[in-house]
Design a binder for this molecule. Structure first.
Ligand code: PEP
Ligand code: MN
Length: 374
């Protein structure tokens, strides 16, 4: 994929990082204009967002003002000079956005979850030059996300950014949607020129958590933020809990630490290189040690098999956990991390022991088998 960098999407585009802010939904002319005016007066974003059509999880919720709101957004554009972003879920929305002079279209999580919907949207985008943001699907399936991006790209759209908005959890978590940061990181590893923007509002689900998630996204060097801001969140018709008041939004932006990598400074880069060399060497040793540990697991499996012992010895496993976590604590390695790591190692060790025992048993070499001969 050859993607156009955000800074070249429009002539004079402020995009480092790209800040998109505005209400979840357009509700009334007053709400849209008042929110835009407060954004302009506090910390003007490059792009004003607002949903006109809201694909809601449950019927009966406010599902958007529709076409009527387009005129308000055009007014925002004219009065405040913001670029405008609107969500499109079906081909008709795309057509209305193009007619309404919308600058950026975004595809929501419910739509990117469905390749068939994306195909339909891609078909109407053929031959159109407009930036498209693709939010991640509801499930943490990186290929589904990539599939949606590829379908849009195949329609000839080369101004694309992915938007990380978290993944629906199965159980209650602190956040409304699980960030699973490893997924956007992996997406960036696979597509080096694909910008990934974070939507801390939909990850958090709660206004008080938005700043920490936004900062995390900046620490991970994401290309921008999409933040929901409403002039009066408590009265909002959608996503009321997570929308920020304009002053909370400007506090967030003014306190945000944006770490600009100084990739051209040789002193900084040499030291980083040195530290990375040490990490490489330690990783190498870690894998060697893991390999030796697994070889011992194979021998233990063999021994248990010959002596008719069960693979899992609960006492021993509890002892391992206790002693290792206590050592880790002393050495300032987090106990949760250590426990998770040990569990993975233990799982693999059991798998290897079971495999060894299975093979020996097939050859009749385990104790209890008729053919045991040693
Ligand atoms: C939104 O941006 O208001 C929205 C509906 O987001 P998502 O598709 O990420 O749920
Ligand atoms: Mn929303």
């Amino acid at each position: 994929m050859k993607i156009i960098p955000i800074k070249n999407w429009f002539g004079d585009f402020e995009s480092d990082p790209l800040i998109i802010a505005g209400p979840c939904s357009a509700e009334s002319e007053e709400q849209v204009m008042e929110t835009a005016a407060l954004l302009k007066a506090t910390y003007p974003p490059a792009v004003f967002r607002s949903g006109l059509w809201k694909p809601r999880t449950r019927p009966g919720s406010f599902n958007g003002i529709g076409h009527k709101g387009m005129r308000w957004l055009r007014k925002v554009k004219e009065e405040f000079g913001f670029r405008i972003a609107v969500e499109a879920a079906i081909p008709k929305h795309i057509e209305e956005c193009l007619k309404g002079d919308v600058d950026i279209i975004w595809i929501g999580a419910r739509t990117s979850s469905n390749p068939y919907s994306i195909e339909e949207i891609a078909a109407v985008l053929k031959g159109v030059d407009i930036p498209v943001l693709v939010k991640n699907p509801l499930t943490p399936d990186i290929d589904l996300w990539i599939g949606a991006i590829e379908r849009i790209y195949s329609a000839g759209i080369n101004k694309i950014a992915a938007v990380h908005r978290g993944f629906s959890p199965f159980e209650r978590t602190v956040y409304r949607n699980m960030p699973k940061w490893e997924i956007p990181i992996e997406l960036r590893r696979r597509y080096r020129d694909l910008p990934v923007i974070c939507d801390p509002s939909h990850i958090s689900g709660d206004a008080s958590l938005v700043p920490e998630v936004a900062q995390r996204a900046m620490d991970l060097n994401m290309s921008g933020l999409m933040i929901e801001v409403h002039y009066n969140p408590s009265e909002a018709l959608s996503d009321s809990r997570q929308q920020l008041k304009p002053d909370a939004y400007s506090d967030l932006m003014n306190n945000l630490i944006i770490r600009k990598a100084r990739l051209d400074d040789p002193v900084i880069m040499d030291y980083l290189e040195e530290l990375r060399d040490q990490v490489d060497s330690i990783d190498h040793q870690l894998i060697e040690l893991l390999s030796r540990r697994m070889e011992l697991s194979d021998l233990i499996g063999e021994h248990k098999c010959k002596n008719n012992m069960a693979v899992l010895q609960m006492e021993r496993w509890l002892e391992i956990l206790k002693t290792r976590i206590s050592q880790a604590r002393k050495m300032k390695v987090g106990p949760n991390f250590t426990e998770n790591f040990l569990k993975l190692v233990h799982e693999e060790s059991i798998r290897r022991q079971t495999e060894v025992m299975g093979k020996l048993r097939n050859k009749g070499k385990c104790s209890g088998d008729d053919s045991v001969d040693n």
